[in-house]
Design a protein around this ligand. Structure first.
Ligand code: ADP
Ligand code: SF4
Length: 680
């Protein structure tokens, strides 16, 4: 199919200083959890993005000195010749597809605890460390000599960037790192020529832009990453005035807003193209090209951005992770094949845990090199064989798509009338509607596959599975929430868990609405507890939430949702009780135990909703497993379980598991390479 000519403006080349981007699709710098530690995984992943049509593909933040070290998160690194060689892998992979490669030079400042290097971080002042580990150390206030050295570090790194063949070299002026802190009067209280007036506060950023420009002149473009205030009429940092001073200095502006919760906003709280007022403001103040992110997944929204002049490039991190081939699909007129990001921030969560990123929608993300998985291509079937998949939640749907793509004869049977499993129930909760994309993209793919037959409203048992005579059976029957409180804090049920008015999560998800006050006990620590609380609040139910951790919904700190979850719960009037475990329930009384002292307390309420662990729906598995002989006698070749019915987890884990089961069907040897330093 050919491209709809309406989208032509997205495919027009554009100059960025001395280089030319082939189109308007720009993968901005984004973390990967791979960085300097996994150069081969990183290069393959970035190369796939370029293959998928991203005209510019950038590194993540790239350390220029040992004192800029955010271990355990692995940044990229451009500190010596070995780094140059490693990053060449990426630039070669990107150039091989005709795209430009960008590198984001980075010096952290007081945000860097330097836990690996044990160096002292420099910054505009001696500021307390603000890393998520909350390390009790401070930065060293920079002297003039330090400033000269800092500028020199950038010059050296820019030279290495040229050696590594980068086309765009970034100066990093935001995200609370050193250069941003010089701009910010809240941190910058200096009395010398680098503090005080706007001119002075912007001086160091200006000097570094000039230094880097001088080094790369004529060979690479210089980009600056910069934040605008969230509210343009509330610019207490003076970011707009600072910008005016340097508006024409670099070759490109990469613009964000100065509140990471919104820049990296999850779909629960921030929708597509949310930061456009800030971007339009920048565009009105500079003649240089502008790129910005907005979790763009709709080609029409993208087109509007470029056509109405809000920005010159469609910046993307998450949409390029969920679908590395998004630009190609627009180019080829295959809009229905675009796998849209759901805004869950599971990608970011894993980077923030210091491990390679992964994606709920795209199970191949991060697996390009080590497993040889490509987001669009998959090995053809190993033989003309049939596969039965039982259960059409995320795992079953993904397995059916991938096996269908491989060319097997596939039957997908689902007990419910509606396909989608947990997605159907959870995506109806407040803020989670975009999660439905996990189901909808897969249903769209399956609709075009003649070799996949789908049977909703078909609950299979052992006998019916055996009768179907499929050569391969994959069980993806999911898991069920427990209502007895067994979970992370306690491996024993609480007393009275089987009494009246203990309401399981499944009942709430099915629509049960309590007619009196509710205590939600959250030992799951992710999105579900708060989403249920907000649904109940919106129906007028009074809610208290109890958690055995020191913070409610603690895991959502990794997805950058925590602060907005708390803000929303507090605004909705939810009472929050932390560090208390659930020990009992008796006719309207919740009994709690302090996790430290063991002292007991009670809360009076009408209903208790415990959210803790889940139980795998594995009866079918055990039934079949015990009748393997019957299965093989009838020509059965393989039997496996996948997703939540094997080990309950997050949606991303189920999609990945379903994909893995499909990829590995019929394979005798499973590929898994390790990207690590090998001593020679
Ligand atoms: P996962 O996240 O692992 O995909 P889900 O719980 O989302 O798991 O989905 C499991 C799906 O399996 C549900 O839609 C459920 O209705 C379906 N299912 C469970 N048991 C059977 C069965 N015996 N026959 C057909 N479908 C089943
Ligand atoms: Fe989008 Fe979630 Fe994938 Fe990240 S993990 S790219 S937020 S779908």
């Amino acid at each position: 199919m050919a491209r709809d000519p309406r989208y032509d403006p997205l495919f027009e080349p554009i100059k960025i200083g001395p280089v030319t981007a082939p189109n308007r699709f720009y993968q901005v710098p984004h973390c990967t959890g791979m960085g300097y530690r996994r150069p081969q995984m990183l290069a393959a992943m970035r190369g796939v993005k370029a293959e998928g049509g991203w005209g510019v593909v950038c590194t993540e933040y790239c350390s220029i000195h040992a004192s800029s070290d955010e271990s355990p998160y692995p940044s990229a690194s451009l500190r010596d010749d070995d780094d140059v060689r490693n990053l060449r892998l990426m630039t070669d992979a990107v150039h091989a597809q005709g795209s430009l490669a960008g590198v984001e030079l980075w010096y952290g400042g007081h945000t860097s605890a330097n836990l690996y290097s044990r160096e002292v971080a420099l910054d505009v002042a001696s500021l307390a460390n603000t890393s998520s580990q909350g390390v009790p150390v401070q930065s060293q206030a920079m002297s003039k000599a330090d400033i000269r050295e800092f500028r020199d570090l950038h010059r050296k790194a820019a030279r290495r960037a040229l050696e590594a063949d980068f086309d765009i070299v970034y100066v990093y002026g935001n995200h609370g790192y050193l250069l941003h802190n010089f701009l910010n009067p809240y941190f910058n209280r200096r009395a010398d020529e680098y503090g005080g007036s706007i001119d002075n506060r912007v001086r160091l950023l200006r000097e570094v832009i000039e230094d880097v420009s001088e080094i790369v002149a004529g060979r690479s473009a210089v980009a600056v990453r910069y934040s605008m205030p969230m509210q343009l009429d509330d610019d207490d940092e003076g970011l707009i005035e600072c910008f005016q001073q340097i508006a024409e200095l670099p070759d490109l502006w990469d613009i964000t807003v100065n509140d990471y919760r919104y820049e990296m906003g999850s779909s629960r709280f921030v929708k597509e193209a949310a930061n456009q007022a800030a971007v339009a403001k920048v565009k009105s103040m500079t003649g240089k090209p502008v790129v910005s992110v907005g979790r763009f997944t709709s080609p029409d929204t993208m087109l509007a951005q470029v056509a109405n002049g809000t920005q010159d490039f469609i910046g993307a991190a998450r949409p390029s992770i969920a679908d590395p081939f998004l630009p190609r699909k627009i180019d080829q007129g295959r809009l229905e094949d675009i796998r849209e990001c759901i805004g869950c921030n599971v990608c970011y969560a894993h980077d923030s845990l210091g491990v390679p990123l992964r994606c709920t929608q795209n199970p191949t993300m991060g697996e390009e090199w080590r497993r040889g998985w490509h987001p669009e291509r998959i090995e053809s079937r190993h033989a003309d064989e049939s596969v039965l998949i039982v259960g059409a939640g995320p795992a079953g749907l993904e397995a059916a798509c991938a096996l269908g793509q491989r060319g097997y004869q596939v039957i997908l049977a689902e007990a419910e009338q509606e396909l989608g499993g947990r997605i159907n129930r959870e995506s109806r909760l407040p803020g989670l509607s975009e999660y439905a994309r996990v189901r909808d993209w897969r249903l769209g793919q399956l609709a075009g596959m003649e070799n996949v037959q789908v049977y909703p409203d078909n609950r299979l048992d052992v006998e019916s599975i055996l009768e179907l005579d499929s050569q391969h059976v994959i069980l993806a029957t999911g898991a069920t929430w427990r209502s007895d409180g067994v979970g992370r804090w306690s491996n024993l049920p609480f007393a009275g868990c089987d009494q009246d008015n203990v309401i399981g999560v499944e009942r709430i998800l099915e629509g049960f609405l309590p007619d009196g006050p509710v205590v939600i006990y959250d030992d799951d620590h992710y999105y579900l507890g708060s989403a249920i609380a907000l649904r109940l609040c919106s129906a007028g139910v009074r809610v208290a939430m109890v958690t055995p951790e020191v913070a409610l919904a603690g895991w959502s700190q990794h997805t950058e949702e925590h602060s907005l979850i708390m803000e929303t719960l507090i605004e909705a009037g939810v009472q929050i009780i932390t560090a208390k475990g659930l020990v009992g329930w008796q006719s309207g009384t919740v009994q709690l135990e302090c996790i430290y002292s063991g002292s007991e307390s009670i809360i009076e309420t009408d209903y208790l909703v415990p959210i803790s662990a889940r139980v795998a729906n594995d009866e079918l598995w055990h039934g079949l497993d015990s009748q393997r002989e019957k299965f093989t006698d009838r020509g059965g070749l393989s039997l496996q379980r996948t997703g939540d019915c094997r080990a309950p987890g997050i949606i991303a884990a189920a999609v990945y598991a379903g994909h893995k089961a499909a990829r590995e069907l019929g394979q005798t040897e499973v590929k898994f390479k390790r990207d690590r330093v090998v001593v020679k």
